[in-house]
Design a protein around this ligand. Structure first.
Ligand SMILES: [Zn+2]
Length: 157
């Protein structure tokens, strides 16, 4: 019951904690993916500064495909060791009701992101790092099997 209550915690008007901690990988391997208070506070900051305003700007649902990842969950999916997902500072999002490039542009133009990545044209990774946002926008692609990141300086077309 206690966990249920924590998971139901609202992070902002449209987002609850549960959306950020559900992980198929955690379920499959029985890894703990319970966030600390500090991580919950970081997730809250990401919602209040980026995801909630994004939802209000684009007016269509924003689906969280991956939020917080414990070290075990992150390494199981091949995430970078220093991934901001581990700190609860990043989320991967989908917007089934509008093209992802439009969602990318809405964040790029309007919101205080740290890193914004258009990932393989399949999802968007966005992070928020308090007052230390780098405003780094990139596109990820595969080149001969390797992941390459191309920095972008304007909206996607
Ligand atoms: Zn990500």
């Amino acid at each position: 019951m206690e966990n249920l209550k924590i998971a139901d915690k609202a992070l902002s008007k449209y987002f609850i904690l549960d959306e950020f901690i559900i992980s198929q990988t955690a379920e499959r391997f029985n890894y703990d993916n319970t966030p600390s208070e500090k991580i919950i506070s970081n997730l809250g900051e990401l919602c209040v500064n980026v995801l909630q305003p994004l939802r209000e700007i684009i007016k269509v649902p924003v689906i969280i495909s991956s939020g917080y990842r414990s070290y075990l969950v992150n390494s199981a999916i091949g995430g970078e060791n220093n991934s901001q997902h581990i700190k609860g500072k990043a989320a991967d999002v989908l917007t089934p009701n509008q093209h992802l490039s439009e969602t990318f542009n809405a964040i790029y133009k309007n919101l205080p992101f740290d890193q914004l990545i258009y990932e393989f044209e399949r999802w968007i990774h966005v992070s928020c790092n308090g007052t230390k946002n780098r405003k780094q926008a990139m596109i990820s692609k595969r080149d001969l099997g390797k992941v390459v990141y191309e920095v972008v300086y304007k909206e996607l077309t």
